[in-house]
Write a protein that binds this ligand. Structure first.
Ligand SMILES: NC(=O)c1ccc[n+]([C@@H]2O[C@H](COP(=O)([O-])OP(=O)(O)OC[C@H]3O[C@@H](n4cnc5c(N)ncnc54)[C@H](O)[C@@H]3O)[C@@H](O)[C@H]2O)c1
Length: 311
């Protein structure tokens, strides 16, 4: 009852495997590329170090013994309670992988997609047993960011969503339910709103990339690590959330009117972003920055745990 299949062992699949294995699940990992397993082994060492920051008693041997790499797709599917599909973000590929997983898994296995934007109603179009298909979208990187949002499609059985939430909670993820199927779910709708506005501000010449990043990391982000927008608004005015929205409603509504254009994301603009960002961080320094990012996230998790704010 604790076997998880991981289909696709890239950035997200590898991180899922470490997260599930750390919570005592047995992970059977399949990827069509041999190369991904070589990368997996090097990556796992670093990911386990991140977990050690949160909990110094993290047992590396236990994690490794809970993960079986280089599985065939049949081994990954056989008797798994849940298969976490984490292949590339491509609708046609995911549709064919889901059809395959549907044929190879027992009928009570949950089939979950890590997709960031694609809807499960589309991904499961070729599947016979659609009632057990869900989106289960994690946040990067899922070995240390304890979040997953679960969403069903038009044919998903609501009982399957409940079962999936209970599995993710057992694996120590804060699992939320997305009640209506919507592109981008909750996480990427929030993130997308912010990214679009960052680009509007930058492209419109209101502020530099550096200054927009500063506004996030030295202001909003400090609160967002432990409070959501509704909790923040509740503390923003003496009488609470209603007082807060009443005071600022006109201003917030005026912004909404200005914030509804769709940025073009032209190749020319993206080339400029790439060039400017490489001047801030050279390409070969990015891996070190990823390591630092993971270390910072783990340290924030540790602090949240000590202050009673972790999941
Ligand atoms: N990267 C992120 O920030 C992030 C966050 C949340 C969710 N996701 C989602 O996770 C999924 C995977 O993204 P990623 O960043 O890990 O990509 P990735 O490119 O790092 O990994 C994809 C893996 O899928 C494998 N693959 C491709 N076709 C396959 C097949 N037919 N069978 C088995 N394996 C196959 C590839 O060999 C590769 O190892 C995507 O749907 C993405 O939207 C990504």
């Amino acid at each position: 009852m604790n076997k998880i299949g991981i289909c696709g062992a890239g950035l997200i699949g590898a991180s899922w495997a470490i997260g599930f294995a750390n919570s005592g699940f047995k992970c059977f990992v399949y990827d069509e590329s041999e190369d991904s397993f070589t990368k997996f082994k090097d990556l796992a060492i670093k990911l386990i170090q991140d977990l050690r920051i949160i909990n110094p008693e993290t047992d590396e041997e236990k994690i490794n013994s809970n993960i079986k790499l280089n599985c065939t797709i049949e081994e990954t599917c056989n008797n798994s309670i849940l298969v976490q599909e984490s292949v590339l973000e491509d609708l046609e590929l995911k549709k064919s992988v889901f059809a395959q997983l549907d044929k190879l898994t027992p009928e009570n296995t949950i089939i979950a997609s890590s997709s960031s934007y694609l809807l499960i109603s589309r991904i499961s179009e070729l599947v016979k047993h659609k009632h057990r298909c869900i989106n289960a979208h994690p946040a990067l990187p899922p070995h240390i960011v304890p979040f997953v949002e679960v969403s069903g499609g038009v044919n998903t059985d609501p009982k399957i969503i409940k079962q999936a939430i209970s599995i993710y909670k057992k694996a120590k993820y804060a699992a939320i339910t997305v009640n209506k199927e919507a592109e981008g779910f909750v996480l990427n709708r929030l993130q997308g709103a912010l990214l679009n506005e960052a680009v509007r501000l930058h492209e419109g010449g209101f502020a530099s990339m550096e200054d927009i990043d500063i506004a996030l990391k030295h202001a909003l982000g400090l609160r967002w690590a432990f409070m959501g927008p509704f909790e923040i608004m509740d503390l923003n005015a003496p009488e609470g959330i209603k007082d807060s929205f009443t005071r600022y409603r006109k201003g917030i509504q005026n912004l909404a009117k200005e914030q509804n254009s769709v940025p073009e994301y032209s190749d020319e603009y993206l080339n400029k972003l790439e060039m400017d960002q490489r001047n801030r961080l050279s390409y070969d320094q990015r891996d070190k920055r990823v390591e630092k990012r993971n270390k910072m996230i783990a340290l924030i998790r540790k602090l949240k745990f000590e202050l009673g704010e972790d999941i």
